[in-house]
Structures are given as structure tokens and as C-alpha cells.
Design a protein around this ligand. Structure first.
Ligand SMILES: [Zn+2]
Length: 71
């Protein structure tokens, strides 16, 4: 997993938004997740495709597409 500062991520997401490349969160499968660092500490996880941010990595996998039963 790539690591970025939260500042870098903000810039990258802003650029994507301007380019119209930012996906809708509803349609995103959150495959491009990076770790965001704030003041040198792991802060949260961010999907670089749609900008969805959450402190819990599990939150990215609670979508219907990946919500398959195990075993
Ligand atoms: Zn996403």
C-alpha cells in the first residue's frame, strides 16, 4: 500500500476532481486505497479513485460487491 501525507492526498484528489476523474463513491470498488499520514502518524485510509476516507480499513470492504460470505 502506498503511503502519502494527507496534504499530498488532498492535492491529488483535487487534481482528479478538476480533471473529472474522481469516481462516484457509490460506483467505486475502492481498489486504489492508500494510507494517509498526518504529522508522521498513520491517520486514515483513503480511496484515490473516489476520495472516500475512513480510519478503519474494513469500511472499504463493506460494500455489496465485496460482501460475499466467507467459506
Ligand atoms: Zn473508492
Amino acid at each position: 500500500m502506498e503511503k502519502y501525507s494527507s496534504e499530498q492526498i488532498d492535492k491529488l484528489l483535487e487534481q482528479k476532481r478538476e480533471d473529472g476523474k474522481l469516481k462516484s463513491r457509490k460506483n467505486c470498488t475502492h481498489k486504489d486505497i492508500v494510507k494517509s499520514f498526518l504529522n508522521g502518524k498513520a491517520h486514515s485510509y483513503v480511496c484515490m479513485e473516489c476520495g472516500y476516507t475512513n480510519k478503519s480499513r474494513a469500511a472499504f470492504f463493506s460494500y455489496p460487491e465485496s460482501d460475499r460470505q466467507m467459506g
